[in-house]
Structures are given as C-alpha cells and as structure tokens.
Ligand binder design. Sequence first.
Ligand code: NDP
Length: 331
Amino acid sequence: AKEPVRVLVTGAAGQIGYALVPMIARGVMLGPDQPVILHMLDIPPAAEALNGVKMELVDAAFPLLKGVVATTDVVEACTGVGVAVMVGGFPRKEGMERKDVMSKNVSIYKAQASALEKHAAANCKVLVVANPANTNALILKEFAPSIPEKNVTCLTRLDHNRALGQISERLNVQVSDVKNVIIWGNHSSTQYPDVNHATVKTSSGEKPVRELVADDGWLNGEFITTVQQRGAAIIKARKLSSALSAASSACDHIRDWVLGTPAGTWVSMGVYSDGSYGVPAGLIYSFPVTCKNGEWTIVQGLGIDEFSRKKLDSTAEELSEEKALAYSCLT
Ligand code: NDP
C-alpha cells in the first residue's frame, strides 16, 4: 500500500474548504489508490467551525483518509505536507482600499511561506487559491526561497473549466470533447480566455472551436466577458461565491500536475513566468501547460494574433502593478 500524503488546506472552515476536503478524502485529487492525511488550518475565530468539519470527516468514514489534523497553528499545519492548497485569505470588505487588502494578504502569505519552507516535506507542491491568487503565490514564492519556484502555482483552472463549459453549452457537445482552451494572465477580470487553439472531438475527427462556432463576434465578445465575469454571476445567483466549482478545479489542478495531462491536451496554470510569449519574467502568470512526472512545462510555439497580443499584455500589466503594490506593502 502507498504511504499517505499529507495535504494542507488553509482556510479549511470556509466555503471552498468545506467543498474541497471531502473531495481530497475521496481520492479526487491524488487518485483512488492514494491514502491521505488532511491538515486543516484556519484562524482562531473559525476554530470551532473547523472542529465541526473534522467531526464530519470522521463521520464520513472515508477509506482513504488516514488522519485529520485541525489546527490554528501554522507550523503544526505545515509539518510534513507534500501538497499545500492555500484557500485562506483576507477578503476585500466594502470600503477597503486595494492596498489594505493587499497588505493583509502579504503578511499572511509571508508567514505561511516561512512555515512551509521550514516544515513542509521536500518537494512540496503549492497551489494558491485565495485572491489575489497570482500575487499571493508570488509573495509565497519570494518568502520560501528554498521551495523550488516550479513548485509554487496559482489556480486558473476554474476559469479554464468555465471556458470549456461555455463552449460545450454553445455547441451542445460534451464538455469532455472540448479541449485546449487557454486562460492567459491574472485570475481577475483582465484574464484572457483564448479559444484560438481549442478543438472539439467530433465523429469526423478534431475540429477547431472557431470553425464550429462560426461566430467570431461571440467568441471575441460575449464568450470572453461571460468567462471573466462568471464569478460575479454566481455570487448574484447564489448570494455566495462559487465553492464547489472552485474546489473541483483545485483537485483538477493538483491531479493533472501530479499524475500528468493526457497526451495532446494542455491545461491552464498560474506559474512563474520565464519570459515565454513575451510575458515579463518574474510574474505568476497563467499559461497553457502540460504536465509529466510531477512537473509542468509551458506549451511553446502557439501563434498569438494581434487581438490576443493586446490581451496578454494588458493582463501582464495588471500583474506588474499588483506586484509593485505587494512589494510596497513589505516594508
Ligand atoms: P471562500 O472559501 O469562499 O474563499 C476563499 C478564498 O478563495 C477567497 O480569497 C476567495 O477570493 C478565493 N477564491 C479564488 N477563486 C475563487 C473562486 N473562483 N470562487 C470563490 N472564491 C475564490 O471564503 P470563506 O470566507 O468562506 O473562507 C475563507 C476562510 O479563510 C475562512 O475560514 C477564514 O477563517 C479563513 N481565513 C484565513 C486567514 C489566514 O489564513 N490567516 C485569514 C482570513 C481568513 P474572494 O475573496 O475574492 O472571493
């Protein structure tokens, strides 16, 4: 039998955490033959709720779940973890300045970075979900210099999956037959959902999405804004932000990273930029990636038209500004 992997979830008493921990305990994230020990961290005001989640995990009697640590102590939470999913963050409240929210998150991610660097398992893989996800991940990377930069990522898989979902609804095809959309850039409303290389499996082979949709007006307009603003649409409908889809896509992100992407398929991940596609190096930016043997690689050589170029650049610009704002909070 495999040794259990310790999986950290921060903000585990929150909405996404509540949807995510049972998925991990069922093997959705690391596979149906991989035992897990869940490490759940939250802040003291949420400690009682967190303990309630632990009770439910015990009551669910998950065969793969070999232990549960529920704690408000960041060192205890980080000790020995091989996967860390960072969902906890300071939410933007009404009337708060961007800089104030950034400053709160910078201090949270700085502290958690140090704890992970000192106490996590070697080669721990980190996924940041909490917003501003790209910049929180960048801060985490900066303050955990001994964690390889390739191991620190942020979630744009939800946006990627939303794009697949929109194409599947529009064409009335199975979502599993649509592939190779791309989310470029920031997990924010400046992200660029790109279908220029996306295809659909049909009875007569793979066909480009652009050819099948045959409506560039929709693809360059409403499709993009629907994906960019889907989070807000869900808040309006549910009076709560998306949680099950966020949790599910976090599992997709880690599963594909650890177990590999299928041949001929790429996914979107926020990763440390090396300058590919003219994106400034040193940002956490969402790119198309393939994964093999636990490592991601940016897909190279895709054509970028003029429309796309502008969108790649403007989301990069927003990330550079966020980075500057984050650094200005570090003093
Ligand atoms: P959620 O579980 O709904 O969301 C958690 C984080 O994920 C938020 O930052 C949220 O951003 C972000 N997020 C990223 N992508 C998405 C998406 N597509 N849909 C929804 N959210 C997304 O928040 P809760 O308030 O329910 O739970 C947060 C938990 O974190 C609480 O238990 C709280 O106690 C804990 N916490 C921990 C802190 C710490 O570790 N020091 C500090 C503060 C809170 P957005 O806010 O933009 O929706």
